[in-house]
Design a protein around this ligand. Structure first.
Ligand code: NAP
Length: 293
């Protein structure tokens, strides 16, 4: 059984980006620059954004973190985004989700210039993804594709089950795996909370991508021997024995499923790290596209 190690696969992506950034510096060019907006002080969001900023720095990118109070009104947030859109030194913009109730996430997503939309959530970029055009692929599904590529997982002709149909993970994942790509060409079944025969479907799958946010949902009796298991889930589960008072749990019952799988991503240390790799790749892409235009 192969552990699909996000640390190793993400380090390889980061290393290639570091080399590119060093070349840019040697040519006297500016660095790719990511601006991240964090609204409020949700613990998980703080952790994600801090990690994104740290990874930018480690890769040689510039980063700007804009912190806004959770009481901010929608118009003020949109105006901050418009400023970043027109700032020529910014290549990529991300707004960490979720946002407070008074703000429409959809309006925020649509306010970001599609050419700077390194999260790949803007409807224009989603449309391009669906049509197989060059675009920003949402960071988590992109990271998973990079992971499959790094570990040379054969996907062509395989049956993949994606559990979850969100705009940020499940749906784009299903599109990528079914696309005519090196790590695509799967026959894909996308499942959600109204799928009645999930266990039977999973038992037919060569590849399972679990992205539902239910800790330990995928158990060994749902998995065909030799299947490839990608665990996207990240849930904080209370645990008084842990230093922080909680542990991060994936959507897969790792210990038991690992005994049946041919390859599996751990949580933590799997897809989460690849998500950042996907984001960094998108930021470099945004930089290069803007430099070319
Ligand atoms: P989401 O928006 O809540 O979507 C969850 C999806 O799972 C929905 O489509 C839902 O179906 C489906 N679902 C829920 N319960 C189900 C069940 N019992 N059986 C079948 N399907 C079920 O979540 P998300 O944003 O996609 O995130 C999913 C998980 O991935 C979360 O744990 C999140 O923290 C994690 N995540 C991780 C990363 C990373 O970098 N590793 C990035 C993003 C998200 P309906 O549509 O019918 O409601």
């Amino acid at each position: 059984m192969l552990v699909l190690d996000g640390k190793i696969a993400a380090a390889a992506v980061k290393e290639s980006l570091k080399i590119k950034t060093a070349q840019l510096a040697a040519e006297g060019k500016r660095k790719p620059h990511l601006a991240a907006i964090l609204v409020g002080n949700n613990g998980a969001s703080e952790t994600y954004v801090a990690s994104k900023v740290k990874n930018c720095e480690e890769t040689g990118f510039a980063s700007t973190l804009i912190r806004l109070a959770d009481t901010i009104d929608e118009a003020s947030l949109l105006s901050t985004i418009h400023e970043l859109n027109s700032n020529p030194s910014i290549d990529g913009i991300l707004v960490q989700l979720p946002l407070p109730k008074q703000i429409s996430e959809q309006k925020v997503i649509e306010a970001i210039d599609p050419l700077k939309d390194v999260d790949g959530f803007h409807p224009i970029n989603v449309g391009k993804l669906v049509q197989g055009l060059s675009t920003f692929i949402p960071a988590t599904p992109y990271g998973i594709m990079l992971m499959l590529e790094h570990y040379k997982i054969e996907t062509k002709g395989k049956h993949a089950i994606v559990i979850g149909r969100s705009n940020i993970v499940g749906r784009p994942m299903s599109i990528l795996l079914s696309s005519n790509l090196k790590q695509g060409n799967c026959t894909v079944t996308i499942c959600h909370s109204h799928t009645p025969n999930l266990k039977e479907l999973c038992l037919q799958a060569d590849i399972i991508v679990a992205a539902l946010g239910r800790p330990g949902f995928v158990t060994a009796d749902m998995v065909k021997p030799g299947a490839v298991i990608i665990d996207v889930g990240i849930t904080r589960v209370d645990d008084s024995t842990a230093k922080k008072g909680f542990r991060i749990k994936g959507d897969v019952a790792y210990e038991e499923v690992a005994t049946k799988a041919s390859a599996i991503t751990p949580v933590p240390g799997g897809v989460g790290l690849m998500t950042i790799a996907g984001l960094l790749k998108n930021t470099m892409q945004a930089y290069e596209q803007r430099a070319d235009s």
